[in-house]
Design a protein around this ligand. Sequence first.
Ligand code: ATP
Length: 353
Amino acid sequence: MGSITLSNIHKSYGTTKAVDGVDLTIEQGELFFLLGPSGCGKTTLLRMIAGFIDPTEGRIAFDGTDVTHMPPNRRNTGMVFQSYALWPHMTVAENVAYGLVLRKQPPATRTANIEAALEMVQMEDYAQRKPNELSGGQQQRVALARALVVEPDVLLLDEPLSNLDAKLRLEMRVEIRRICKKSGITTVYVTHDQDEALSMADRIAVLKSGTVRQLGPPRELYRRPATRFVAEFLGETNFIESQVASRKGDTVTLETASGPLQAAWDGVELADGASVVCSVRPEAFRLAGSADEVNLLDGTVAEQIFLGDQAQNVVELRDGSTVRMLELNPGDSSSKSSRRLCVDPEDIVILHD
Ligand code: ATP
């Protein structure tokens, strides 16, 4: 149990279109991310799945059953908020018990379920503590246990790590994924943090202005962004202006101000002479080992941030344009030294907007 289908979902507040036509299916057991900048509509979408907000238009189904206007308490979802929202006067065990008491579960079964939920989040030794006697990460685990103990069909997480410090956030990413996968629960996770989404998700929907701009597994979105917005939102990149010179089989030759580049063809028809923008990640540039490499670009390091294991270089190419390039294990040569870069055709992504 637990697939979620959103069909043509809209939500307007006056003239503001918070969500503007979203269609997607989240599979049973999937850890699915709604990712996007502030105001893109991700929280509104999550709250409509929870039932706290009614869509202006469209249909929400759980396992094919229409729940669009069903009240939250009948949807069997568990929600974890940014602020944890634990009851301060209750112990950890009492907090976790809360949903079971509401559901009138008999005390004997309740105790066993609370123990199992606390074990799942590795908090079984803290059952008698109050929330203010716990660290932020421990409080977040209790909030997760409280959501999971009622055995929801769907777990909804609204920026659950944003109140934690950087180290705890990294630990909890691994933990939350472990817990979701172990319990097999369908999970929808809202965040604006692309690293969180890339490191945890089965699939990500990238949202902007209330619509899904691209949907796919993390590797696919990072390596093959379809648009400038997605390429930029999911990490650092270089945009290179070019014209289509020709296409032969799976290779497109592009003319740029710094010379020709060969890119892997993505199947989208391109007219000869068309202007296109490509995305090349800084880590996709390599130092050329020989003159036989494809896509050679000569330049000079104009700026360098040396970080020991790597150097972040700004390389000025012959035509005066610059690209950012990540150099691993940088040697002794520092700024102003020349570099011959190359990049594999499959790392040059032709964008389509
Ligand atoms: P954030 O990351 O900042 O929480 P978000 O992507 O979750 O942003 P939403 O909270 O879904 O964005 O809001 C989407 C748009 O809808 C925003 O422009 C917001 O101002 C607007 N909005 C949200 N709730 C309401 C409301 N109750 N009344 C009016 N406008 C609203």
